[in-house]
Design a binder for this molecule. Structure first.
Ligand SMILES: Nc1ncnc2c1ncn2[C@@H]1O[C@H](COP(=O)(O)OP(=O)(O)OP(=O)(O)O)[C@@H](O)[C@H]1O
Length: 315
């Protein structure tokens, strides 16, 4: 998809960024990436792929070996204070200011980025994150889920326009995950650009406008989520057989068929884009060969299937 020409710069622009750590390990290899203003961008990748390294470089915390990063058109290293003020970062680790109250910790975070005191804003952030009734509680007394909310509140205290969430729902229960997703969507609706890293593909499938896949330090794909699902998604017809089969029926080599469920199901993979799926003829040919079935249904691949194939290098 072509980038729309606009006079305003992208929220984030990464150009030719590589990172080799001391000791010689190359964690990133010439990454180029533009994050559009107001989108939710999910960065997916297996363990050790380079996600945290990339985020840390974008936030100006880690220095790239090569390349440049701009936030709202400002270089993140040369103009660190100006860019850091625009960026909120919710790190993976839980907060360490255990003895602070929620209110004090969040208010302090605002000051760190040179913003003047604004108790009204802090109150709004705490209310939006359902933390208001915990404002005087010491952080150590909160549940894990509440501590995560405090991390988000701290990241939002200085009114950033770009928010990074590094594995926002790692290890949280299902209910809290859904709350998080709603919070992130609500933020996007207020105009905040959101970049999240995740291991959970359903999280990206649920929330992201665009998806980037990083593996072994290379950004191998950036795509609109819907386009990705259409382009790389497969559809399958699952044919439940009356009698299980050990081998595929003869003479149907032109069809992408495989047996599943110990031979009780015949799976036919067809092209989503093609006009003619070939299903009608296949079913007739199966009938001609005496293959009876009791049920038919279609299956669509998930983002997870697509991701696994991409990372394995067999899209
Ligand atoms: N300070 C460092 N010095 C040397 N190697 C490092 C350093 N930080 C990270 N690495 C290595 O760089 C690679 C990428 O790490 P990174 O944390 O960016 O991956 P990740 O995609 O965020 O992984 P995870 O999902 O496990 O958090 C890993 O192999 C890691 O061991």
């Amino acid at each position: 998809m072509s980038e729309q020409a606009t006079s305003t710069p992208h929220a984030i622009s990464v150009r030719g960024v590589s990172k080799t750590y001391k000791g010689g390990f190359q964690a990133l290899k010439s990454v180029d990436l533009d994050i559009r203003r107001g989108e939710i961008f999910a960065l997916l990748g297996p363990n050790g792929a380079g996600k945290t390294t990339l985020i840390s470089i974008i936030c100006g915390i880690v220095k790239p070996s090569h390349g440049t990063v701009t936030a709202d058109g400002h270089d993140v290293l040369r103009d660190y204070r100006a860019t850091r003020m625009r960026i909120g970062l919710v790190p993976q680790e839980l907060s360490t200011d255990a003895f602070e109250t929620v209110w004090a910790a969040v208010r302090f975070s605002r000051g760190l980025f040179g913003r003047s005191r604004n108790d009204k804003h802090i109150e709004k952030v705490l209310r939006d994150l359902s933390l208001w009734d915990k404002k005087d509680a010491k952080i150590m007394t909160l549940s894990g889920g509440m501590k995560r909310r405090v991390l988000i509140a701290k990241a939002l205290a200085h009114e950033p326009s770009i928010l990074f969430l590094d594995e926002p729902t790692a290890g949280v229960d299902v209910e809290l995950r859904h709350d998080m997703w709603n919070m992130v969507r609500a933020l996007r609706d207020t105009g905040v650009t959101v970049i999240l890293t995740t291991h959970y593909i359903d999280e990206a499938e649920e929330m992201a406008d665009r998806v980037g896949v990083i593996t072994r330090g290379e950004l191998i794909l950036v795509e609109e989520k819907d386009v990705l699902m259409r382009k790389l998604g497969k559809k399958q017809l699952a044919i439940s057989l009356q009698a299980p089969m050990q081998t595929l029926p003869e003479g149907l080599g032109e069809y992408a068929l495989e047996l599943a469920d110990d031979g009780a199901t015949l799976l036919y993979t067809f092209d989503v884009k093609s006009e003619d799926t070939g299903i009608a003829v296949l079913l007739r040919k199966l009938g001609d060969r005496g293959v009876d079935f009791k049920d038919l249904h279609t299956l669509e691949s998930s983002l997870e299937d697509i991701f696994v194939n991409l990372v394995r290098g067999t899209p």
